[in-house]
Design a protein. Structure first.
Length: 320
């Protein structure tokens, strides 16, 4: 593994490693709920949201909009200090679409998050169709002094899949958003999901080539999972959605990583949902165990992130 970006113990460029190198200490992301909604729910772009979407499936219980973000931050920081010994924090505006509001409200929320002395930056989850010029200008302004990351949901590069899951945007809109973000001093993370109905492994792996050619700094990857109350759960109960198996997911994630440039940090390799709302798949692995399922498969193969790009692991065990 000659590339300097890779953590030699993990065989990937983990986001934790990236943050430690950048800030010189352990940095954790603290989730907050800024009370946003989504244009794919309020009728602007659609209604009902994505077929898999239930924000309670990936948001900590303490992040509710009724609490001031300062209280949410304090509780999250205390948790990570105790659990991980974290010293600094990135405030992650996660739930729904966190640029979908007047710029005055965005400025107030973002600056309140950055006012804490232990906060090194913010990360803002949003959609390709919800980046007004004013919001981008504000984030560019903040990025001149602090770490700023936009987390942009793509999920799939296949427009047919995006339509079937009621995503409400196209690949072209994602590419246009990336173009508008580039050159502003803002880090860009792209969210991807594997396992949509009708998706093939080969089709998903083409996304690695797409990302490799874009100014993307990090990725989040997880399996498609159904939680109660979503249309995806209804499809599962009607046997119209068959989740990928654990073995398929781990193999595909490793194939993807082998095609991903090593300078792109990996923020996530697995999605989870509280057991009380989880429908499928039920792999019953905690996040750290799932993370290491992928890492250990790379070690078993003798491969690492980006090794297929220069042929260094073309003869290794893989599934392409």
């Amino acid at each position: 593994m000659p590339d300097q970006h890779l953590n030699p113990h993990l065989h990937i460029n983990s986001y934790g490693t990236f943050l430690r190198r950048r800030f010189g200490c352990r940095v954790s992301k603290v989730n907050v709920d800024g009370g946003f909604t989504c244009p794919n729910r309020d009728g602007t772009r659609g209604t009902g949201g994505c077929v898999y979407c239930d924000n309670s499936s990936f948001s900590p219980g303490g992040t509710i909009p009724d609490k001031p973000i300062e209280q949410q931050m304090a509780e999250g920081m205390a948790y990570h200090r105790t659990r991980l010994g974290s010293e600094k924090f990135i405030v992650y505006f996660q739930k729904f679409t966190n640029t979908y509001a007047p710029v005055a409200r965005l400025r107030d929320l973002y600056r309140r998050a950055l006012a804490h002395p232990d906060v090194v930056g913010i990360s803002v989850g949003t959609r390709p169709d919800s980046l007004a010029d004013e919001a981008l200008d504000l984030l560019e302004e903040l990025a001149r002094e602090r770490y700023v990351c936009i987390e942009l949901g793509l999920q799939s590069m296949d427009d047919a899949i995006l339509s079937r899951i009621n995503r409400g945007h196209t690949l072209a809109e994602y590419l246009r958003a990336v173009e508008r973000i580039a050159g502003r001093g803002i880090d860009l993370c792209t969210h991807l999901i594997y396992g949509f109905p009708g998706e093939t492994r080969e089709g998903f792996l083409r996304t690695a080539g797409l990302i490799a050619g874009l100014p993307v700094n990090s990725v989040k990857l997880h399996q498609l999972h159904a939680v109660r109350g979503t249309r995806l759960a209804e499809l599962y109960f009607r046997r119209e959605f068959i989740p990928v198996t654990l073995d398929d997911y781990v193999a595909t994630a490793c194939d993807f990583l082998e095609l991903l440039p090593p300078q792109i940090a990996v923020q996530r390799l697995y999605g989870s949902a509280p057991v009380e709302i989880r429908v499928a798949p039920s792999w019953n692995l905690k996040n750290n165990r799932m993370w290491y399922a992928v890492v250990n498969e790379l070690k078993r193969r003798g491969t690492w992130q980006g090794c297929r790009l220069d042929g260094a692991c073309s003869g290794k065990v893989g599934n392409l």
